[in-house]
Design a protein around this ligand. Structure first.
Ligand code: ACO
Length: 406
């Protein structure tokens, strides 16, 4: 186990670390990143091996429980997910009652939190240390996030809900919930289901990013799993965090609408005049984002299977990529494509609307948030997370009656 007392004893004095860029706020055994070398591992397993051999559901089990499941464990986990896919009547009405143009992240955050009201035995804050029902709560979060997302999509379009199919896999079920119509069930091709599977798997965890740190912060106060995850969803909603994949598509669309092939855009990005090249660069990876390499390959397979041959945005993206990768400006600054450069294009090809891209990220990140919440809940003698500050406000002064002000 992690020896928190030893870590505390070895820690130094309070420092000012703007944006926590150099602060180790916790000890964690879940995800390892080496940004210089472009390495990402979940529980020690290289992301490339998981992408090649595992599935999102198996990887979710691994991230949460620390080990790959045995046949029985995988079967039981799958059963729990299937049982927990549908939403209770009250939650269906809750989603239905949001205005039709509600942002899906607002609905997701509210509904995740509302799960605590519907499953009070899993959400009593006093039970934070009591992990007896943890498996059930985790399965509810992973399974229902997909149902909530798809139902929100249907409500936004004024379409009836679809009900989860017990015989479908995780990704097939999500696509069915989204796109099946009465008398016309959506059956995705294997390539499309596997592109979605890969997208989710690659997002399963990414150590102490903004939303995950938020989940841990809220959990440190003893809050239940659903409340903590709901806070994480809100952090992810911020455009600097979960919104980059959307920004890539918006950038490509603008380049296309302006009649440029990407050349002019790159020149202005380099000159620091226009927008940055979205989907390039990363705070931690100063090498190729390992997830970007993996997703790019499956992307072409999914496109071929969907019969998409000439998407003008794709042509622009490929042009931007090839020029940037051999341009001294990007090379010298170690700016490589990140996962978002391709993930938006994949979702667009599958038919996911732009305003749901961040929700897709949230579905993928669910195992990571759950695993990190559990790590906090299991920390012996846990301290509430409470950073300090450098006070820069007024020094002491005396109260002035209103008539003496101004
Ligand atoms: N396009 C053009 N120039 C860039 C880009 C870019 N995408 N990213 C960084 N630069 C330049 C900066 O202008 C700066 O140049 P300078 O040294 O001449 O001033 C230099 O590269 C370093 O940039 P910083 O902003 O200091 O790098 P930082 O590590 O803080 O930023 C970030 C990382 C925010 C991801 C940045 O690269 C960026 O804005 N990228 C585009 C947005 C994006 O794709 N975000 C997704 C991140 S991945 C994720 O969230 C899953």
């Amino acid at each position: 186990g992690i020896d928190i007392s030893k870590l505390r004893a070895e820690a130094g004095a309070i420092t000012f670390d703007d944006g926590f860029g150099n602060t180790g706020a916790c000890a964690s055994a879940i995800t390892f990143i080496d940004g210089e070398a472009g390495i990402l591992r979940y529980r020690g397993y290289p992301i490339e091996q998981l992408a090649a051999h595992s599935s999102f559901v198996e990887t979710a089990y691994l991230v949460i429980n620390g080990e790959l499941p045995t046949i029985e464990q995988r079967r039981d986990f799958g059963r729990l997910l299937t049982q927990n896919a549908p939403l209770r009547e009250g939650l269906l009405r809750f989603i239905q009652n949001f205005p039709r143009d509600s942002h899906p992240m607002a609905v997701l955050s509210a509904t995740m939190n509302a799960l605590g009201a519907y499953y009070p035995h899993l959400a009593s804050n006093n039970h934070q240390r009591d992990l007896t029902h943890f498996d059930e709560a985790a399965a509810i979060a992973i399974s229902k996030v997909r149902t909530i997302a798809a139902h929100t999509f249907r409500v936004n379009r004024g379409q009836p809900f679809n009900y989860p199919r017990p015989n479908f896999g995780y990704c097939e079920n999500f696509l069915h919930l989204m796109f099946s119509e009465p008398y016309n069930e959506y059956i995705p091709t294997a390539e499309v289901a596997s592109a979605l599977n890969l997208f989710l798997l690659l997002h399963a965890d990414h150590e102490q990013n903004c939303s995950t740190s938020t989940v841990r912060m809220v959990a440190s106060a003893g809050a239940n799993l659903f409340a903590s995850i709901s806070a994480g969803v809100n952090a992810l909603w911020g455009p600097l965090h979960g919104g980059a994949n959307m920004a890539v598509i918006e950038m490509l669309q603008q380049i296309h609408d302006s009649g440029d092939d990407g050349t002019k855009f790159l020149e202005s990005a380099k000159a620091g005049k226009g927008a940055r090249l979205m989907g390039f660069g990363h705070r931690v990876y100063k090498h190729y984002d390992p997830r970007a390499k993996i997703i790019k390959e499956s992307f072409y397979k999914a496109l071929a299977s969907l019969g998409i041959k000439n998407d003008p945005l794709l042509d622009i993206a490929m042009k931007l990529e090839s020029v940037a990768l051999s341009d001294d400006y990007f090379v010298s600054r170690k700016l490589y494509p990140n996962v978002d450069f391709y993930s938006g294009l994949i979702m667009r090809a599958i038919g996911i609307p732009l305003n749901m891209f961040t929700v897709m990220f949230a579905i993928g990140r669910m195992p990571g948030w759950i695993a990190q919440w559990r790590e906090v809940a299991q920390t012996p003698k846990l301290k509430i997370h409470r950073p300090r500050q450098i006070y820069v406000g007024q020094t002491q002064r005396d109260y002035l009656p209103m008539e003496q002000r101004g």
